[in-house]
Design a protein around this ligand. Structure first.
Ligand code: ADP
Length: 485
């Protein structure tokens, strides 16, 4: 039943799992809203209708055609479609426009400049349009949001759009904005024309300030113009205020320090559940860890690694980008008494280095260059150890998923990795270098081979952790309430 006192949230994300996902952002957008809805929040999602999304599978229905909005120095027409997050009553509104017919979420390549990443102007325009169109969608469905909750640089212009609309329209009069940073390194560097293209009021103070050096950074707009900002772990929230982790925005963030907090992500504990997971060879639980060994054997077989349930198997599921520290794994690691499986896609230099290792030591290394949800689950279930050696990590989901499957994490002590991997569940190392990681793997292997009961304790402690979204959702609800005061 419709409840008038429910907090109303319009949630904008470029990715929403399972409809459209590249990484953690998609997982968060597919799971956090469910936990918020369970707390009584009226939350509605907006997502571009990408060309690859199957309308039939997700039962996506057209609800309004030929909606016009000013964009790119003219009127643009869009269609609005709707579905629900699978198995929920949470509406997802999808924006149909020629901007999104592409088979990819991100159409342009990543551009790298001094440890900051951006995308080409096409993506800047696409996601600015998405942000503006999402606000229009709210009007069309007559959903006056208490808070517009925008995620990452894609939706960084949200507060500027809301401010611009407020000048002529009462609809968003009471709406506040929350901006969540999932990864500060991806910033969305736009040329100044974006102000004209988007139709944002050029007199907005944060726009004027940002344009002083002849560009506009969507992430900076999200940080400066939104009412509150947060990031996805308490440690990362502190780290990004330093030069080492601030990706050049530490001074901008310092201006908003009072309005910045860190809320740890959760994981979808129903989707990632070794007891019920349909994607793995054999279901298992804390009470029956032997089932895990069947998954290891099946994985070894699938990958062409020597099939031996005693050999320690180390898994890695990640994007192969500089952030993730893949280059720490070098030839020397072939001396370790274990097998490695890598699943991921990304930069060619990392892919090539891993292919080289696999070709040279096919009994020790297996690299799978693809995005493959099933294989990811098989690795979580089949591995004994899970490696996340990131340079920086806003939260990181894979270490939590691994623990849920009884795979013991070895992580670099940074960001959300530091917040989630304590000594009773895994291993951490500080120095970002190959030798330190090597030693840590060696140490863990000694325990794995020589102290099986201690190893079992680590596994069980990890599997008992509560990584559900409930706790985090309560903290988001607190932020929303703070905004409504
Ligand atoms: P990031 O958001 O930086 O990519 P996270 O650890 O937050 O990293 O989230 C990664 C998510 O994407 C996890 O759900 C992980 O299982 C998934 N993932 C990453 N690469 C692949 C891949 N090649 N195949 C399947 N799933 C992947």
């Amino acid at each position: 039943m419709f409840n008038k006192s429910k907090i109303k949230i319009l949630f904008l994300s470029a990715e929403v799992a399972p409809l459209a996902k590249v990484g953690g952002l998609g997982d968060v957008a597919g799971a956090l809203p469910k936990a918020l809805a369970a707390l009584g929040v009226d939350i509605r999602l907006c997502l571009p209708l990408y060309g690859f999304i199957d309308k039939r599978i997700y039962q996506i229905k057209k609800i309004k055609t030929n909606i016009e909005i000013p964009f790119n120095n003219g009127q643009q027409k869009l269609n609005l479609w709707q579905t629900f997050l699978p198995n929920t009553k949470i509406p997802v509104y999808l924006i149909e426009h020629s901007y999104f017919v592409s088979k990819k979420i991100y159409q342009t390549k990543r551009l790298i400049n001094k440890n900051k990443y951006s995308r080409g102007q096409t993506d800047i325009n696409r996601f600015s349009f998405f942000t503006r169109a999402s606000l229009e969608a709210a009007k069309i469905i007559n959903f006056q949001p208490d808070v517009v909750h925008a995620n990452d640089w894609h939706a960084g212009l949200v507060a500027d759009f809301v401010a611009t609309l407020k000048e002529t329209d009462n609809f968003f009069k009471k709406s506040k904005t929350l901006f969540t940073i999932h990864n500060l390194a991806n910033q969305g560097l736009a040329s100044p024309e974006i102000v004209n293209v988007s139709g944002i009021d050029p007199d907005i103070i944060t726009i004027k300030d940002d344009l002083k050096n002849h560009d506009l950074v969507m992430m900076v707009q999200g940080i400066l113009a939104s009412d509150l900002i947060n990031t996805v772990s308490p440690t990362y929230a502190k780290e990004i205020l330093t030069k080492e982790y601030g990706a050049g925005l530490e001074k901008v963030l310092a201006l908003r320090k009072k309005h910045l907090s860190g809320i740890l992500n959760g994981i979808d504990i129903d989707f990632f559940n070794p007891e019920t997971d349909k994607l793995i060879a054999k279901n298992y639980s804390i009470k029956n860890l032997k089932g895990k060994l069947k998954n290891k054997l099946a994985l070894q077989k699938k990958l062409g690694l020597p099939e031996n349930e005693k050999t320690a198997l180390i898994g890695i599921v990640t994007r192969f980008v500089k952030q993730k520290g893949i280059e720490l794994i070098i030839e020397n690691f072939s001396k370790l008494n274990c097998q490695f499986v890598f699943l991921g896609t990304g930069e060619k230099r990392y892919e090539d280095a891993l292919i080289h290792l696999t070709n040279k030591y096919p009994k020790k290394f297996s690299v799978q260059i693809k995005f493959d949800e099933k294989l990811a689950h098989e690795i979580y279930a089949g591995s004994d150890i899970f490696l996340v050696p990131s340079r920086f990590e806003p939260c990181g989901l894979t270490q939590m998923i691994a623990m849920r499957y009884g795979s013991v994490p070895i992580v670099r002590a940074t960001g959300g990795l530091k917040d989630t991997v304590k000594t009773q569940v895994g291993f951490t190392f500080k120095k970002f270098n190959s030798g330190t990681l090597y030693k840590m793997i060696n140490k863990s292997l000694k325990i794995y081979y020589k102290k099986p009961s201690a190893w079992r304790r680590l596994q069980i402690n990890g599997m008992k952790q509560n990584f559900s979204w409930e706790k985090s959702a309560k903290e988001y609800l607190k932020l929303y309430r703070e905004l409504l005061k």
